[in-house]
Design a protein around this ligand. Structure first.
Ligand SMILES: Cc1cc2nc3c(=O)[nH]c(=O)nc-3n(C[C@H](O)[C@H](O)[C@H](O)COP(=O)(O)OP(=O)(O)OC[C@H]3O[C@@H](n4cnc5c(N)ncnc54)[C@H](O)[C@@H]3O)c2cc1C
Length: 436
């Protein structure tokens, strides 16, 4: 009987399992929650978004938008659920996190091809069953030990941080206002504007606040998800040119009013009762977070629904361990998928889960495995994480820098929009050929 074992029912594992089931292949899907917790997941549902509920742009001329479109065309399931469960957020895709993971859990629990087994896996049995390891950035310590032994490579650890969430009801809308930057799309974000003095007070609290000590590992952060206090330590204006930039934001009640800095809040749940502070991932002590948030105009009485926290992030040294098919170099029956491969992000985790599912199916059916070219975003990601010459391999998001250059005329080369439109078209034509 054709069977695949998938370990970890997060974004990657759920996607892989659903793809295999759709193709009539039986899956034993292992998930350790709720018996063993990760420290970041809040529910026992599958495919839970642990932090932000944003999946980024839907525009196919953006790197993240293109990856979404590729997943749709390659037969992904989770991306379609994400669109079904979206909440308003301008031109990007943000998701009702509970609705999303509940739906994935339902689809999997009711699927006749998937046996959902709520157990922590601490080693892979020495049998012949094709296995996908998708235990994520918070792989349980015992499984980490097993993976380390199996790959004969040290896992790397570094830190990511989560942003706090506040209750909308507690926001003072005499000060805060709804708007999207440059009035693009609907006015979905809540904005808390600051004048110079207010920013200086806020900055002073932020840079002197106490942090939680990081014990076990060296504190290495992923550049794309730096804690707000680390950004602030780079200079007094770094935040004003980053997540707190005021440009393009207007309070319609006072159209002439100028701001020195703005804290943006993004809708976090379907009911629009919770909002997260954009770019405010943090490792400050909780009391200090409260003090900091209360110094923001409009949030003086904010009720904090969830505090920001730091977490470890484990990933394997994929350039030494994996092939672009996501199989291990030593054992073609073992695949890795999701963030543990060194891709970073929700879309990227789902996409590699999908590719592992596709290739596991192809393997079982005796078909040629997909080694996607770097003219597609998913191909660029898998080529990047398995590129042998990396000196210091670090996790990677989808981005145009990893996509193969095209020979373009001067006008297109110099115009970012034209160039990305060309690269997106080239990718989707290629993906369509594969998906046929
Ligand atoms: C705290 C945190 C915040 C993040 N914030 C963002 C963000 O804002 N935006 C973004 O794009 N990305 C974010 N990421 C990164 C990443 O995109 C997500 O973690 C994503 O969920 C990764 O998908 P995955 O399937 O690889 O892992 P997960 O979704 O974490 O799934 C792995 C699953 O495996 C299970 N598991 C672990 N070990 C075992 C075991 N031994 N046996 C059985 N089951 C096991 C876990 O319980 C989990 O359900 C964040 C990551 C973390 C940890």
């Amino acid at each position: 009987m054709e069977k695949v074992r998938v370990i970890g029912a997060g974004l990657a594992g759920s996607e892989a399992a659903l793809y295999l089931a759709k193709n009539g292949i039986t899956v034993d899907l292992y998930e350790m929650r709720p018996n063993v917790e990760t420290g970041a997941h809040k529910t026992s549902d599958l495919a839970e978004f642990v932090c932000s509920n944003s999946l980024g742009s839907t525009d196919i001329t953006s790197a993240s938008g293109l990856l979404k479109e590729e997943m749709k065309r390659l037969g992904g399931t989770l991306i379609n659920i994400a669109f079904e469960k979206c909440v308003p957020s301008g031109k990007s895709l943000s998701v009702d996190r509970c609705g999303f993971s509940r739906e994935v859990t339902k689809l999997i629990s009711e699927n006749e091809y998937i046996n959902l087994i709520r157990e922590e896996v601490i080693e892979i049995p020495n049998d012949d069953v094709l296995t996908i390891i998708s235990t994520g950035p918070l792989t349980s310590p015992k499984m980490c030990e097993f993976v380390k032994k199996m790959t004969r490579e040290e896992n790397f650890h570094f830190f990511d941080a989560i942003a706090p969430i506040v209750e909308k009801e507690s926001i003072d809308f005499n000060k805060a206002f709804y708007a999207s930057r440059w009035q693009k799309g609907d006015a979905d974000f809540i904005n808390c504007p600051m004048q110079k003095e207010e920013y200086e007070n806020f900055y002073n609290i932020l840079t002197t606040a106490e942090k939680i000590e990081l014990k076990d590992f060296e504190a290495k952060f992923f550049e794309g998800c730096l804690p707000v206090e680390v950004l602030a330590s780079r200079g007094v204006d770094t935040l004003r040119y980053g997540p707190m930039k005021p440009v393009g934001l207007r309070d319609e009640r006072y159209p002439d009013r100028k701001f020195y800095a703005v804290v943006q809040l993004r809708q976090d749940d379907k009911k629009a009762s919770l909002y997260n502070l954009v770019g405010f991932q943090t490792n400050l002590k909780w009391g200090e977070q409260k003090r900091l948030i209360e110094s923001i105009p409009g949030l003086e009485n904010a009720k904090i629904a969830r505090y920001g926290v730091m977490h470890a992030n484990s990933f394997i040294n994929s350039p030494k361990i994996l092939k672009p098919t996501l199989q291990t170099q030593n054992n073609e029956k073992i695949f890795f998928a999701g963030q543990i491969t060194g891709v970073e992000g929700y879309n990227e985790s789902m996409a590699t889960g999908l590719l592992a599912g596709i290739n596991a199916k192809r393997y079982l059916k005796g078909e040629e495995l997909l080694e996607l070219q770097d003219i597609s975003m998913l191909g660029a990601l898998t080529q990047y994480i398995t590129f042998k010459e990396h000196k210091n391999f670090q996790p990677v998001n989808s981005n145009w820098g990893i996509v193969k250059e095209a020979e373009l005329d001067r006008k297109t080369r110099k115009n970012k929009e034209l160039k990305n439109a060309y690269l997106a078209k080239r990718s989707l034509e290629y993906i369509d050929l594969i998906a046929k």
